[in-house]
Design a protein around this ligand. Structure first.
Ligand SMILES: *Cc1c(COP(=O)(O)O)cnc(C)c1O
Length: 383
């Protein structure tokens, strides 16, 4: 049947179209002044001493962060299995060995105690994921990592607007990686950014993001010809002016869009209060914490896949964020873990359902989702 409530509708509008149109009238279409402007303005939303590198994706930011920290073959990187595959895959792309540790059963966030227990002489980095909009306990993780010289990388794909105990992404970790993928809170269709307070690290990442060339095209453009050099083996991960043009008009609206998503989350929570089979991720952090509300995820008590297909049949768009990485075929074969390994991530990955969550969702649509979940749960006999 046709969707009554889509899982996601973007809110790209006239301002983004006008900005992209202007960018297309420039002589210069790839990385240039608009990317620099985006880097400065996006960076302005975070710590004063942090700088930003615009990239083609969050996957690129995660990959480059490992490379620019010198992580490679023989090194171990600790991360969570309850994430999008990109977080884990980049560890293999860097030639390093992924080490998965379990998550907190309430929040779904990486458990710092298990991180500490998994550290070996080979551990070079930890990638923490700020899941659904709640930040991992970066202070606890830093206290574990810093004395041992282990880099703390924050996967902040869900966390542009997040706070945990008064810190933002990139305040405590060595860097933070953002996504501007089609369904993220800020979007250029595809895009990403790497933020860090470590300028030398960011310059290494910048060089690696453009084939390891000593100058990018904008630096080479105009004036008399100067040879460029290749100083490292890099990748093609740069952000274009067209992507930056699409992102720039969205920045002034980050707060009002976040406020609208908070209101939607409240409406969902009130609506589901009387349905015991619907559980929410536990609140992470104390005062001074904010859930960015990127995704609205519930954990159902049982029969997740039946609930998913019933909701789909009633016209409610749904998704799963995420089945645990170690349960997917490639990773299962690669890791060969016992079937009862990483039990909390496995369990949450088998019970989670993402419901529609975006600023243009109407109160009536939210109400329809709530009523449909209640009806489906009733029909399936869930309690
Ligand atoms: C979306 C996402 C990514 C990957 O982002 P891309 O920009 O698509 O590469 C990485 N980690 C998490 C947690 C994500 O949700």
């Amino acid at each position: 049947m046709t969707q009554k409530v889509e899982f996601y509708r973007h809110s790209v509008g006239e301002a983004e179209r006008a900005s992209v149109d202007a960018a297309l009238r420039d002589p210069f279409l790839t990385t240039g002044a608009r990317v620099r402007e985006f880097e400065a303005k996006f960076g302005g939303m975070f710590a004063d001493d942090a700088q930003v590198l615009g990239l083609s994706s969050c996957t690129a930011a995660l990959h480059l962060s490992l490379l620019a920290f010198g992580v490679g073959p023989g090194d171990e990187v600790i991360t969570t299995p309850l994430t999008f595959i990109a977080t884990a895959n980049v560890i293999l792309h860097a030639g390093a060995t992924p080490v998965f540790v379990d998550v907190d059963p309430g929040t779904g966030l990486i458990d710092p105690e298990l991180v500490e227990a998994a550290i070996t002489a080979r551990t070079k980095a930890v990638i923490a994921v700020h899941l659904y909009g709640q930040m991992a306990d970066v202070r606890a993780l830093r206290a574990i990592c810093e004395p041992r010289g282990i880099k703390l990388i924050e996967d902040a794909a869900h966390a542009v607007e997040s706070l945990r105990d008064s810190v933002q992404p990139g305040d405590v970790g060595d860097c933070a990686c953002f996504s501007f993928y089609a369904t993220k809170n800020l979007t250029s269709g595809e895009g990403g950014a790497l933020l860090s307070r470590d300028r030398e690290f960011l310059e290494r990442a910048r060089t690696l993001s453009n084939h390891g060339m000593s100058k990018n095209a904008a630096d080479r453009y105009g004036g008399s010809y100067v040879h460029w050099d290749m100083v490292a083996l890099g990748y093609k991960y740069n952000m274009t002016n067209i992507q930056a043009a699409m992102l720039l008009p969205q920045l002034p609206h980050v707060e009002d869009k976040c406020a609208r998503r908070q209101a939607i989350a409240c409406q969902y929570k009130a609506g589901f209060q009387l349905l015991p089979f619907v559980q929410f991720p536990a609140v992470a952090g104390g005062e001074g914490s904010r859930n960015a509300r990127h995704l609205f995820v519930v954990f159902v008590s049982d029969m997740r896949d039946e609930v998913l297909s019933a909701l789909g049949n009633e016209g409610v768009g749904v998704a799963v964020n995420y089945r645990a990485v170690h349960r997917l075929t490639f990773w299962k074969e690669r890791l060969g873990l016992a079937s009862d390994a990483l039990p909390h991530a496995t369990d949450l990955g088998e019970r989670c359902i993402s419901l529609p969550m975006y600023p243009d969702l109407t109160d009536r649509e939210v109400q329809y989702v709530v009523e449909t979940v209640a009806a489906v749960g009733g029909r399936l006999g869930l309690s």
